[in-house]
Design a protein around this ligand. Structure first.
Ligand code: UD1
Ligand code: CA
Length: 455
């Protein structure tokens, strides 16, 4: 039986009050719609059609390079109308799984159970439901006395009695394509919102004498639908708990999961310890046996094994094995640290390569620089890389020793094993193995304190 999936994602998401489509708002760093697509493909379905509306290019960008079909719903006339737009994509399939794009907590297991139930019961339509304490806002599952589904009623159309039903519609369905699309043709829009409700096809199918099933799941979080920012924050919290749990089960110590925020796609190796108040975002990959935090913020960075990062900001940087960063370091985009590099307190590094074993321990700015191996940069050293118009490069060859408080006025190259005297402003290249000193010789004005008293 050929099964494909349609994900409804054309809605404006008015309740989000946003300039961008609802389904691209992020949960744990990943757009909601991507979470949903991931769950569907992990459930074993590889033919996926997204129904998109306005600003669809923003959605297409997320899946660039991925094999996804798109159907366009130009006008948002309701969920039933949305599914109808995908008819040419699914008409040759036997069965279609329909899910909403605004349920980011959805997991493959729940979808697989829904599909299995649909197949085992040989239903024409199966809706996934659950029972929750606060059903407000959801469509309610109205059952007949026999327990069979009677219909689904939306919050806005529900009678006071129906509003007291706690079994809700997840917005996810398994449908036999032929029968479902025949039913979609018969949908009307005479309801409180004047929309073509997908939910109404269940009643139509049932009235045709065809089998409609309700599959009740206990995975409440999975079907949590995001309509506003408060719900977005709740989903965020649950997603982060899941991520932390997954990492802990895989051998990562998280001292305080409550104050640790790790995006869904981040990877962390075994025996790494994450201290509180740490945020790790984007596509970051952290190796094994690292100590990260407290109070560190990393995004889209690569970190090797046995690395220590304390109280630091790391942005789009690469850190080799056995590096020691912080406290209070700032690694900016393009900072590449090879093995065993030390970057200490109040050091900023931008777009620079730092060779193995090199040290920038205190109060420095290193930008557009190339440091060889075993270079030592004294406290307070600055690469003067910007002349107001252009950025220039500083090169420190292997074994260079930069005295404290040196200004390296780029472009400039310091040869192998050369030394600069503390406080020098170096504007010309320094030959290998030499000492470069640039400062006035020290003067002493005798009796200075007594002279001062007299004036
Ligand atoms: C829908 C269900 C409701 C269910 C709830 C579960 C209907 C009529 N109601 O309500 O029974 O309890 O989901 O979360 O189906 N969409 C389109 N085009 C449209 C309208 C919506 O693509 O014209 C998409 C949205 O982008 C969204 C999904 O369909 O991803 C659900 O739409 P939404 O407006 O959020 O429906 P709910 O009111 O939550
Ligand atoms: Ca919704």
């Amino acid at each position: 039986m050929v099964c494909s999936a349609v994900i409804l994602a054309a809605g404006k998401g008015v309740r989000m009050r946003s300039h961008i489509p609802k389904v691209i708002h992020r949960v744990a760093g990943v757009p909601m719609i991507k979470h949903v697509v991931n769950a569907v493909s992990q459930a074993g379905i590889d033919k996926i059609t997204l129904v998109v509306g306005q600003q669809s290019e923003l959605i297409k960008d997320i899946f660039a390079g991925q094999e996804i079909n798109y159907a366009v719903q130009a006008e948002q006339l309701g969920t039933g109308h949305a599914l109808l737009q995908a008819s040419s994509q699914v008409e040759h399939d036997d069965m279609v799984l329909v899910v909403a794009g605004d349920t980011p907590l959805l997991q493959a297991k729940t979808l697989q159970q829904l599909i299995a139930h649909h197949r085992n019961t040989q239903a024409v339509a199966t809706v996934l439901s659950t029972i929750i304490d606060e059903p407000y806002g959801y469509g309610r599952i109205v059952r007949e006395e026999s327990g069979q589904l009677a219909r689904i009623v939306e919050e806005k159309d529900a009678s006071p009695e129906e509003k007291r039903i706690f079994e809700i519609n997840s917005g996810m369905y398994c449908l036999q394509v032929k029968e479902a699309f025949a039913a979609l043709q018969k949908l009307g829009a005479s309801n409180a919102q004047g929309e073509y409700y997908l939910t109404d096809i269940l009643e139509i199918i049932k009235n045709n004498g065809q089998k409609v099933e309700v599959f009740l799941t206990e995975a409440r979080d999975d079907i949590y639908g995001i309509n506003n920012r408060e719900q977005l924050a709740r989903a965020e919290k649950i997603m982060r708990q899941r991520k932390n749990f997954e990492l802990m089960m895989a051998g990562v110590t998280i001292i305080d999961p409550e104050t640790t925020f790790i995006d869904s796609e981040v990877k962390i190796g075994m025996d790494t310890i994450i201290y509180p108040f740490t945020i790790i975002e984007g596509q970051s990959i952290i190796g094994e046996s690292c100590l990260i935090g407290p109070s560190s913020y990393l995004n889209d960075s690569l970190v090797g094994d046995h690395v220590i990062i304390e109280n630091s900001r790391i942005k789009e940087a690469e850190i080799g094995d056995e590096c020691n960063i912080g406290p209070f370091a700032y690694l900016r985009p393009g900072a590449v640290l090879h093995r065993g590099v030390k970057v200490g307190d109040f050091v900023e590094i931008k777009k620079s390569i730092i060779g193995s074993g090199s040290k920038v321990p205190h109060l420095s700015y290193v930008g557009d620089a190339e440091l060889g191996n075993d270079v030592n940069v004294g406290a307070g050293t600055i690469t003067c890389n910007y002349d107001g118009k252009n950025k220039w490069i500083t090169i420190l060859e292997d074994g260079v020793f930069i005295g404290s408080n040196t200004n390296l006025v780029a472009p400039v190259r310091i040869g192998k094993n050369a030394v600069t005297g503390a406080g020098s402003t170096i504007t010309r290249d320094v030959p290998a193995d030499s000492l470069a000193v640039e400062r006035a010789s020290q003067k002493h004005i005798e009796d200075y304190s007594r002279k001062k008293e007299r004036t």
